[in-house]
Design a protein around this ligand. Structure first.
Ligand code: GUN
Ligand code: FE
Length: 433
């Protein structure tokens, strides 16, 4: 609980570059100091200015080749899919039936769930991700297992039990009533305990009856600050299926809207094939989209239109979507995001990329007062990046002409090897030895 300081290059976003311009969106300290006390950020600034203000007994950790960034925020990921990452040859609906559902069935066993949750969290932390919005399975105990492990490491994490009462194997379905009841029990047990939060988690429209979606909306309205997390408009066949299952709905988003599932704490993964009206409705309700480029490319879903989301002022965070996604690394995810925007004739600058992976994600989760950047008073969730972690990174970052270019090199060439250490609530939760 004593004061501790880290000396290194430091950068963080302070606003959305799309709204304020890139130069006004971040702070950069080439020789910076980050001062932490009781798990919170006490000061941030230039080392030469802050060093004289430190208490004499303050421990200082110096990373001369480091770059301190806020911990990454993954706004869409499935912990039960950790071990089906990189499954060959299918698009969404076949991929679910062939790989995902059989694996998720194993999470009826609490011991199995606990073992995967541990490895999942290890993987997140070694990639510098300190907060994630996480799918469990339909099993209530899958969420208990996850929260127990997250709580043991004092991480800020959000999770929920999947609601799924049709179009899935019997061993993975609940009912509208049991799904409502078990979700409510999990909220009462876990929501806002320590740094944990609950998300009501209908898998996606095709696997819930209207009755189940209605009860999910009812439950959401019973709490002030519970999250809603689902998939939206990912795959063309999926969209057609939704239209046939809900013929009265105007469009895909309307299915969720009709059941009162849109809110400033609602996060929709993918959102690739959205019309203008859907984008406008997301903006009006302050709902967010999780952009999942590695998944969208890997399972062949499509190219997310980031410029359109920006035009409509929809909040966008980054998601890895493991196991549809192919990497836990936020650097790798931003690399693929850049390529998606290139294919769309758009341009994704490195500051905007960093924003979406940190403060933008925090805003999507309404947690910007607690996490997302290194502002004084927020929680000390940060990563120490080694800009020289590989020979290619070393030569490329040595030639970089600006911090933007250094960041860009990290996004294109970096992965877990570039994460030197990860801190959560001021404690070291991963160290690359
Ligand atoms: N849509 C419904 N379920 C899933 C899932 O598990 N992963 C992805 N990527 N999309 C989904
Ligand atoms: Fe997903």
């Amino acid at each position: 609980n004593q004061e501790h300081a880290w000396r290194s290059a430091i950068m963080h976003c302070i606003a959305n570059p799309t709204e304020v311009g890139t130069d006004n969106a971040y702070e950069y300290y080439p020789d910076g100091l980050l001062v932490v006390e009781n798990g919170l950020i006490k000061a941030i600034g230039h080392a030469e200015e802050l060093l004289p203000t430190l208490a004499p007994e303050t421990q200082i950790t110096h990373h001369p080749d480091g770059l301190i960034l806020p911990g990454f925020i993954d706004t869409h990921i499935h912990y039960p899919q950790t071990d089906i990452i990189g499954a060959y040859g299918e698009q969404l609906l076949e991929w679910l039936n062939k790989y995902t559902f059989p694996e998720e069935g194993k999470f009826a066993d609490k011991h199995y769930a606990t073992e995967v949750a541990k490895r999942f969290l290890d993987e997140l932390l070694k990639n510098g991700t300190t907060t994630a919005l996480v799918f469990g399975t339909v099993h209530k105990t899958s969420v208990d297992a996850f929260f127990e492990e997250a709580s043991a490491r004092d991480l800020r994490m959000i999770c929920g039990k999947v609601l799924m009462d049709r179009n899935a194997p019997d061993f993975l379905t609940d009912t509208p009533e049991s799904g409502y009841q078990e979700s409510k029990e999990l909220i009462e047990k876990w929501h806002n305990t320590g740094r944990l939060h609950y998300a009501i988690t209908p898998r996606f429209a095709p696997t819930s009856t209207p009755e189940q979606l209605a009860l999910a909306g009812k439950l959401l309205n019973e709490y002030d600050d519970v999250y809603m997390h689902t998939h939206l408009s990912e795959n063309v066949q999926e969209c057609e299926w939704v239209q046939s299952l809900f013929p009265e709905s105007k469009h895909y988003l309307d299915v969720y809207d009709h059941h009162n599932l849109l809110s400033e704490r609602s996060v929709f993964a993918h959102g690739i094939h959205l019309c203008d009206e859907e984008m406008q409705r997301l903006a009006d309700t302050q709902s967010s989209i999780s952009f999942c480029p590695t998944s969208n490319l890997f399972i062949g879903s499509g190219l997310f239109d980031l410029a359109k989301a920006d035009l409509f002022k929809v909040n966008v965070g980054m998601g890895t979507d493991v196991g549809g996604g192919t990497s836990f690394s936020m650097f790798t995810t931003l690399n693929e995001a850049y390529k998606v925007t290139q294919l769309r004739g758009q341009n994704l600058d490195p500051i905007k990329s960093l924003y979406m992976a940190t403060l933008g994600g925090a805003k999507a989760l309404q947690l910007q007062d607690k996490i997302g950047n290194l502002a004084v008073g927020t929680e000390a969730d940060f990563v120490v990046v080694n800009t020289q972690a590989t020979p290619l990174l070393k030569t490329r970052t040595e030639r970089a002409t600006s911090i933007q270019d250094t960041l860009f090199a990290l996004m294109i060439l970096g992965d877990d090897r570039a994460i030197q250490a990860t801190y959560s609530h001021g404690q070291c939760v991963f160290q690359n030895t």
